[in-house]
Design a binder for this molecule. Structure first.
Ligand code: 13P
Ligand code: SF4
Length: 335
């Protein structure tokens, strides 16, 4: 547990003032007195220990704007993990993201604030399931969403994220592809490619709950609404949206097109985080919480950095084959 000795001194108040300016719409002033010393101590420890904090776009704003060095979607975090010179990487996201960082940096210490931060997609498929799919579809290469365990990545030909799934599929010299484990991402990509995708029945417990009628109801209340959906949503939901893309691609769309009123059909913290650099945009917030992402909190990050635990481990014999699949993904040229 984090100690209570951290104090909201005038120095802490001064150092954290620029962060508070970003967070003031989310954090009541009274809470800031407790939060600011934790943020300040995490930022001090990062320098002392040459640690890098990678944070996914679904982290709460106090983490995203308060302590993260790099923020982004799964693809951006994997790329950063592959290139860092830090001694310690703290992954603020879910377990498969920390495993990816470990596979790319087996000699570094990779920390995650809560080892229980899982993912319904990752937990829905095993390496044995992949072997069975290969038996059913002989010769078809396996494209695996990064939201999977190291064991599944190790029996994969090439990984993908929601930001590059189409490019990865198109890069393969094959007409039939085993695409796992997200059935909805698979069906959304199937609409964009002539290749035949063999799918698995996995889904994201956050995105599979959105419905087309929810989107239609939003549009009937909000005129000129731009709806952006994550491709883990069912295709019927994506069909109601103006744009579908990874969390980072949604942000690029906003930067480029400046919509005035937006509904991001994805995890709840995304709108909070993106609203900070776009104060002129009105965010309508229909959202679902990811209970796994929400296990990561500032006090747990501080404990992890102080104790350098829990550290993420990956079986020695999985590292090389899983890395081949991740490297094959990182080698695919973006469009
Ligand atoms: P991206 O950030 O890659 O779009 O992924 C979303 C997600 O659900 C990660 O768990
Ligand atoms: Fe997994 Fe969905 Fe949570 Fe992402 S949002 S970590 S895909 S359960």
């Amino acid at each position: 547990m984090t100690d209570t000795l951290l104090a909201f001194t005038p120095e802490v108040e001064r150092r954290t003032r620029p962060i508070y300016e970003k967070l003031k719409n989310f954090v009541p002033r009274v809470e800031w007195g407790l939060m600011a010393p934790i943020i300040d101590e995490i930022n001090r420890l990062k320098v002392e220990k040459n640690a890098l904090i990678l944070a996914h776009n679904y982290m709460t704003p106090d983490i995203f704007h308060g302590v993260a060095d790099i923020v982004g979607d799964s693809l951006a975090l994997a790329r950063e993990a592959a290139n860092t010179t830090a001694d310690i990487i703290v992954v603020c996201g879910v377990h498969f993201m920390a495993e990816t960082a470990k596979i790319l940096n087996p000699d570094k210490t990779i920390l995650i604030a809560d080892l229980e931060a899982g993912c319904s997609l990752s937990e829905g498929i095993t390496a044995e399931d992949v072997a069975e799919l290969r038996r059913q579809h002989p010769g078809a290469p396996v494209v695996t969403y990064v939201n999977t365990s190291a064991a599944v990545k190790a029996v994969t030909d090439v990984c993908c994220t929601s930001g590059n799934a189409l490019e990865v599929v198109e890069s393969l010299d094959a007409d039939e592809i085993i695409f796992i484990p997200d059935q909805f991402l698979g069906r959304n990509i199937q609409k964009l490619t002539k290749k035949k995708l063999h799918l698995w029945q996995g889904s994201c417990m956050v995105h599979d709950k959105f419905t087309p009628s929810e989107i239609r109801a939003l549009r009937s209340v909000h005129r000129n609404l731009t709806v952006m959906a994550h491709p883990e949503c069912p295709p019927e939901v994506v069909a109601e949206a103006d744009y579908a893309g990874s969390t980072a691609q949604m942000i690029h769309f906003i930067e480029k097109n400046h919509p005035q009123k937006i509904a991001l059909i994805t995890e709840c913290s995304m709108s909070d985080n993106v609203s900070v650099p776009f104060p002129e945009v009105e965010f309508i917030r229909p959202c679902n919480l990811c209970p796994h992402m929400k296990k990561i909190t500032l006090p747990k990050i501080l404990d992890a950095l102080r104790s350098e635990s829990p550290a993420v481990t990956v079986d020695e014999d999985l590292i090389a084959p899983a890395r081949r699949a991740i490297d094959a993904m990182l080698a695919v040229k973006p469009r």
